[in-house]
Design a protein around this ligand. Structure first.
Ligand code: IPM
Ligand code: MN
Length: 352
């Protein structure tokens, strides 16, 4: 029996989460697995009830679980909060720091049936692409010293050797199971922290002679993933650059509503969440795309529970439903059948 902490959060979080749980329950039956769910408040809803976006009780529930399935947090209702109470910052950065989720895996895969909704030209996207961004998640400007007064403000971009070594190892180890290529994305032509990051990645590479390593500056990387997405296998990068690059990559796949992510700590404990936010404008309308949440659940089966078969089955079911022409509003195409959040979840669950 695996215990899953379910943190649905705000906006579309709860409705897409319901669909992911539907699919997990289908996977349970098919693969003879057994899950129990512990629900906890996070984000704006937690702030309203407990006066903080990350209550201690929620942390405890996560600690007692084998994995965390996370929805999304934040919304206009809480936008006025001062920086130290900001929903995304308290909830997401709080969980990342507390559990040490340093490795953020963000796959960028263009699914065949969705080639034509990619903003990339047909000739670029027709061969498909499949790369993985390994974003460092607990360092950089996000967690460095902050300073501000009336006339100036700063965020320190700090990386330690240990932090770079461990994210580099994750990238090389992951590349070994893929096309054995790692691209380090940094700004080593300007930033001292990037020069350091690059140097430690290079040193770590010596333990992985079977993996090819190359380097590219972040500004160039934003162009190359558009011009030549096929040239990437695994990208390893710092927290801030990874944040930006992964949104760009998600859009290349057609919709951020398709993009899952995994955040892992040194013990292999993981949090799984869609890359997109809480999308308050479409919440409660049964139009949100549940696929990112469903694929996040598949990543949980893969990385936390070592259920590769079940993970692939979910990914396969998503692909088949898309091949059959079903689409949520965000990925709607001519000649396809538009379905709502619930219908999409049901189709994928029964497709298993
Ligand atoms: C993400 C988000 C977060 C980040 C924000 C909401 C704190 O954009 O997970 O990519 O910047 O890491
Ligand atoms: Mn982001």
């Amino acid at each position: 029996m695996k215990k899953i902490a379910v943190l649905s959060g705000d906006g579309i979080g709860p409705e897409v989460m319901r669909e992911a749980l539907k699919v997990l329950s289908a996977a349970e039956k098919k693969y003879n697995l057994s899950f129990s769910y512990a629900y906890a408040d996070v984000g704006g809803i937690a702030f309203d009830k407990h006066n903080t976006a990350l209550p201690q009780e929620t942390i405890t529930i996560c600690e007692e679980a084998d994995a965390v399935l996370f929805g999304s947090v934040g919304g206009p209702k809480w936008d006025h909060l001062p920086v130290e109470q900001k929903i995304e910052r308290v909830a997401l950065l709080g969980l990342r720091k507390y559990f040490g989720f340093f490795a953020n895996l963000r796959p960028a895969v263009v699914l065949k049936p969705l080639c034509s909704i990619s903003p990339l030209r047909g000739e670029i996207v027709k061969e498909g692409f499949n790369f993985l961004i390994v974003r460092e998640l607990t360092g950089d400007a996000y967690f460095g010293k902050k300073y501000s007064d009336a006339n100036q403000a700063s965020d320190e971009m700090l990386y330690t050797r240990l932090e770079v070594e461990r994210i580099a190892r994750v990238a090389f180890e992951t590349a070994r199971k893929r096309k054995k290529k790692v691209t380090c994305v940094d700004k080593a032509n300007v930033l001292t922290s990037s020069i350091f990051f690059r140097k430690i990645v290079m040193e770590t590479a010596l333990q992985f002679p079977d993996v090819v390593l190359d380097f590219i500056y972040i500004d160039n990387a934003t162009m190359q993933i558009i011009a030549r997405p096929q040239s990437f296998d695994v990208i390893v990068t710092t927290n801030l650059f990874g944040d930006i690059l992964s949104d760009e990559a998600a859009q290349l796949t057609g919709s951020i509503g398709l993009a899952p992510s995994a955040s892992l700590n040194e013990k292999g404990f993981g949090l799984y969440e869609p890359m997109g936010g809480s999308a308050p404008d479409i919440a409660g309308k049964n139009i949100a795309n549940p696929i990112a949440q469903i694929l996040s659940a598949a990543l949980m089966l893969r990385y936390s529970f070592a259920q590769e078969k079940a993970a692939q089955a979910i990914e396969g079911a998503v692909l088949r439903v898309l091949e059959q022409g079903y689409r949520t509003k965000d990925i709607m195409q001519k000649g396809c059948k538009e379905v709502g959040t619930k219908e999409m979840g049901t189709l994928i669950a029964s497709g298993l």
